[in-house]
Design a protein around this ligand. Sequence first.
Ligand code: AMP
Length: 117
Amino acid sequence: MSEASDCLFCKILAGEIPSETVYSDELIYAFRDINPQAPTHILVIPRKHISSMNEAAAEDEAVLGQLLLSGARIAEQEGIAADGFRYAINTGEHGSQSVHHIHLHVLGGRQLGWPPG
Ligand code: AMP
C-alpha cells in the first residue's frame, strides 16, 4: 500500500507526471495507459487516493459509481462500446496490481481472451 505522497497516479493527478487526458471531472480522471494491452487501453482513477479495492469504504460509493459509469461513457466516446470492452480493477498481489491507487482498466478494440492469465 502506498501513501498519496509517493503515489504515481497522485503525481499524474497533480500534473507532476504527464498523461494524455481522456476525461476529467471533479471526482475522477481518465488517461491513456502508457503500455497499452489493446488498441484502446484507458485508466480511470478517483481523484481521492484509495490504495486498492481492499481499502475502499462505504464513503467511496459515489466515486466508485462514477468510475464505473464514466468508463462506459469513455468506451462509447472511444468507439469501442458497440463491439464490447473489458473492465479490470487489479487488486493486491494475486490480482497483479502494480500501482497502489485504484484504477479501472478499460480495454477494447480487439477480441479479448478469457480467462485472463
Ligand atoms: P496495474 O498493473 O493494474 O496496477 O496497472 C497499472 C497500469 O499503469 C499499467 O497498465 C501501466 O502500464 C500503467 N502505467 C504505469 N505508469 C504509467 C504512466 N506514467 N502513464 C500511464 N499509465 C501508466
